[in-house]
Design a protein around this ligand. Structure first.
Ligand SMILES: [Zn+2]
Length: 254
């Protein structure tokens, strides 16, 4: 009963390969994936995957790296998808200060529009935040306080973690960082209540893989490391995280 809280499997492009990959992963006990879109161009692919792949919960949005190229009418298209899929979330959305080529005001505007829509539909959202926590937290407070959100690949100070949690957020820790020998996430995982922890791979990014078995074993190892930090048995921890994921994923394929 494993769950991957953040993937972009549509980026592999080849539908037959993706189906085989997800089916193989499901057969190895991965029962839920949060499949995050990054531009309106991949919304149809994510929608289609959610309709045919076991456990894939779709999130629709525009990643901050693509905030400068929204398609006309994207907000109405997003609303239509959320109406059609009552369990779908909003995102990946957020702010990234390392992307110097995309004006921060443009990023903030697009992010704010996502938050307004998430609030309008009471949906969870998948958050991307790199070196922009003060602005990100302020925008969430103003527009979407109390909505559940997945702070993807969370890394920040304990103070930021506390704010994320108090705003309704869930800290999603990445397999890549959990498996590094530097233990950089240890104090953050330790400080996050079990019912606010998510684990993700950001597949096909961050993680080295050639087969679905590599992918599954990386995810499983990440759960083992985090369970160890929390002092819980692996099964107890994976069940708790899966239960947490249900809060952000009431998606049932139509
Ligand atoms: Zn992502």
């Amino acid at each position: 009963m494993l769950q991957d809280a953040h993937i972009h499997i549509q980026d592999l492009k080849n539908s037959a390969f993706i189906d085989d990959f997800l089916n193989a992963a499901s057969a190895q006990a991965i029962d839920r994936f949060f499949g995050c879109a990054i531009t309106p161009a991949d919304w149809p692919m994510v929608e289609s995957l959610a309709s045919r792949c076991h456990g894939l919960v779709p999130f629709f949005g525009i990643h901050p790296w693509f905030a400068d190229m929204p398609t006309p009418g994207w907000e109405n298209d997003l609303r239509a998808l959320l109406e059609k899929y009552p369990g779908a979330g909003v995102g990946e959305t957020g702010l990234d200060r390392t992307r110097k080529n995309i004006d921060m005001d443009v990023q903030k505007d697009i992010f704010r529009r996502h938050l307004v829509i998430a609030r309008e539909f009471s949906r969870p959202f998948a958050l991307h935040c790199v070196r922009a926590w003060p602005d990100t937290l302020a925008l969430i407070k103003e527009n979407a306080g109390g909505l559940a959100f997945c702070a993807h690949s969370f890394y920040g100070t304990p103070e930021i973690l506390a704010e994320v949690l108090s705003l309704g957020g869930y800290a999603s820790f990445s397999a890549k960082q959990l498996l590094k020998p530097d233990d950089i996430l240890k104090p953050l995982v330790a400080a996050t209540p079990v019912d606010r922890i998510l684990i993700e791979t950001d597949f096909p990014y961050q993680t080295k893989w050639t087969t679905s078995a590599d992918y599954v074993s990386t995810l499983r190892l990440a759960y083992e490391v985090a369970a160890g930090i929390k002092g819980l048995k692996l099964q107890e921890f994976t069940e708790a995280v899966f239960k947490t994921g249900a809060v952000l994923s009431k998606f049932v394929p139509s």
